[in-house]
Write a protein that binds this ligand. Structure first.
Ligand code: FPP
Length: 252
């Protein structure tokens, strides 16, 4: 017999970051082209956004396209770009009404002008919204993020605006694409692989990891709740001992 825990008793992570994996296999299992899986994945995106907005999660980051995904067949890359574009066009007003703030991270200069323009417009339209920040990582890589932050820091040093001694963890944070966002509390990867795949390498330092074999198009609110339950069962110590945490001698 399983004991059901009321979700209202659970502490919600402030920031959930997800690698949405398994679209291709979901379609292939049904003898359909991989692209059908990507289309089916959009529905899961919608469900997860809805859940997070309802449960007062502050930030949801979705890894939609990695720097390495350009290596896929051209037709699949093209379909993915088309999906981003059409999803943006279709969803932006609904997201805006739901008070969702949209933010893109990654090197968007690699995308065509029209798509870049749409992304910027969507960010502008929703920048004042406060119910949920939805971060979409596109052409994103954790190593890229560290390189671009380093470049910005060096630019400032070269004009004398920054001294070497001022380079702290906080300063690096402030130059990453995720500047101003809390670090992810819960990382989820669907599709059965148990690796980080160059996603938010710096930001995941203390994040709780949750891996599920569920393929992304099958990922629904019940799987997400399972991940949140697992998160609630973890003791986050951030380098402290269990005793310190239990005695609440420190504030986490
Ligand atoms: C990984 O599955 C998934 C992707 C590379 C793309 C994710 C895109 C979407 C869910 C569509 C739209 C997204 C937004 C934000 C509107 P895979 O193809 O690697 O699956 P496999 O491991 O089974 O091959």
């Amino acid at each position: 017999m399983s004991i059901s825990v009321d979700m209202s008793d659970l502490k919600m992570p402030k920031h959930i970051a997800i690698i949405m994996d398994g679209n291709g296999r979901w379609a292939q299992n049904r003898f359909m082209p991989r692209t059908v899986g990507h289309r089916a994945g959009v529905k899961s995106v919608r469900n997860v956004v809805e859940y997070c907005a309802n449960k007062n999660v502050e930030v949801l980051t979705l890894f939609a396209f990695s720097s390495e995904n350009w290596r896929r067949p051209a037709a699949e890359v093209e379909l993915l770009m088309g999906l981003f574009m059409s999803s943006l066009q279709r969803e932006i007003n609904r997201l805006d009404k739901r008070n969702v703030c949209l933010r893109f991270i990654g090197d968007i200069t690699a995308f065509n002008d029209k798509l870049q323009q749409k992304m910027l417009e969507a960010e502008l339209q929703t920048q004042g919204n406060s119910a949920l920040t939805l971060v979409i990582a596109v052409n994103y890589g954790g190593r890229w993020d560290l390189c671009q932050a380093t470049q910005k820091v060096i630019d400032k040093m070269s004009i004398g605006a920054l001294e070497k001694q001022e380079i702290t963890e906080q300063l690096i944070n402030d130059h990453l694409s995720t500047a101003g966002l809390p670090e992810p509390d819960l990382f989820i990867r669907t599709g059965g692989e148990q690796r980080v795949s160059n996603f938010m390498l710096w930001q995941l330092a203390y994040t709780e990891m949750y891996f599920t074999s569920t393929l992304w198009p099958d990922f629904d609110q019940s799987v997400l709740e399972e991940a949140v339950r697992s998160f609630n069962g973890r003791q986050r110590r951030f380098g402290h001992t269990s005793e310190q945490v239990l005695n609440q001698a420190i504030t986490l």
